[in-house]
Design a protein around this ligand. Sequence first.
Ligand code: PMP
Length: 494
Amino acid sequence: MTSDMPQTLAHQDPALTPAAALATVPATASGTASGTASDTARAAVATAIPAGRSAATQPLCSVVGAQLPVPLVTGGTLPYANLDYAASAPALSAVAEHLATALPYYASVHRGAGYASQVSTALLENSRSCVARFVGARADDVVVFTRNTTDALNLLACAVPEDGGVLHLDVEHHANLLPWQRRGHTVLAAAPTIRDTLTALDVALAATPIALVAVTGASNVTGELLPVEQIARIAHQHGARIAVDAAQLAPHRRISLIESDLDYIAFSGHKLYAPYGSGALVGRRDWLDAAPAYLAGGGAVREVTTTDTVWAPAPARHEAGTPNVLGAAALAKACVTLAALGDATLESHESALRESLLSGLARRPEINLLRIWDDSADAIGVVAFTVAGYDAGLVAAYLSAEHAIGVRDGRFCAHPLLARLGPDGAVRASFGVGSALEDVHRLLSALDRLLDHGPAWVYERVDGRFAPIDDPRPFPDFADDAVGPASPCEASAF
Ligand code: PMP
């Protein structure tokens, strides 16, 4: 079946946020003053809290940008309710502080003779060890620093032996679909239950020789978790390896390559509270040592002549060019900070928020939750839904413009999954260690308001996206200055 075609606590950190730039956003003539908007939101939150729930759930960790004042189209500001962690999570304050400490020592790594170079090299290599510990790597596993999960899975796609097939489900993010479309791959359609999906996997692996099963640990659309240990067992019984796309899983659940017997894991710093451009691929050395260098260039080699090259073993083999030392350090610090929180704390915080959100959404028959499996028992803090009568893009624009709530809408880079689930777009709310119950209540209250009264502003489609008409909200100066006026050349490029 292999071919080129698929077969089937909010601690605000004022020094690190642009709060000052936004705090002075004036009320517009049509809008309300800042205090009034906040009071209205607070009153609405109070009515939206489901009976029997306490509002005590606070953020678990301090994140940069918590309480960011965000302007409303209707005037005034509200603290940002960031419910878009699944796309990119805010930096942990501990990560930002770590980088501020490291930055003065930043210098070239590996071959620099200077003191700062040696400190930076130690930082990079210690960061590698931290990441290895975070994912419970075996002693002989390799940690390759990458840009993100997409990069890590593309690297792995170049490392799977050429004659080996790859199997993945149809529920995957494009990052775990498209690299495999470039080579022999088999797509297994997920069954309505996880149980039947595992049975189908067993059957498929018995029928077709497969080198690698590539699966997501948690759906980026519905948050549902896959039992990766069981999948590993099935894969191994058939002589296949398993790679877990842990872009969503790693920020929410502890993972152990050793305990779960996983062969590879890929994840991104920017979803793990370390948005500094680093990710990682961790796993078995043999394929990575045998693979062609992912990038050809300095640092990946032992010896070069004008005609020939002796490549270094992994990880250097796949890290050509100057490494992102601070990105790696940020990722490592996030790993250490999350690990110190403990699984139970992470899970109970997240499940309180998720239960509150689900029970609030269930009150409204107009809201339909997306779900892949009838028998999925556990899920992370990612919830996708549609709102009858409203385009998902309009809902997201409304939540942002009138309530300072950030969510994601669309098909979430999971087109095959959305096609199977039905809607041509949905709204996704996602949260993490910087989230509080109040964020969830604000979302529920804003949805109530939309369903009961409609939007207060008028929205139009601009380049396929909904936006408030005559949007009066300014951007802070630093963003406009950094971008500058568009040149005629840039304008025509879009
Ligand atoms: N896999 C999953 C499950 C994801 O949610 C994402 C990001 N949305 C990716 C892979 C890709 O991550 P990145 O953009 O950081 O490469």
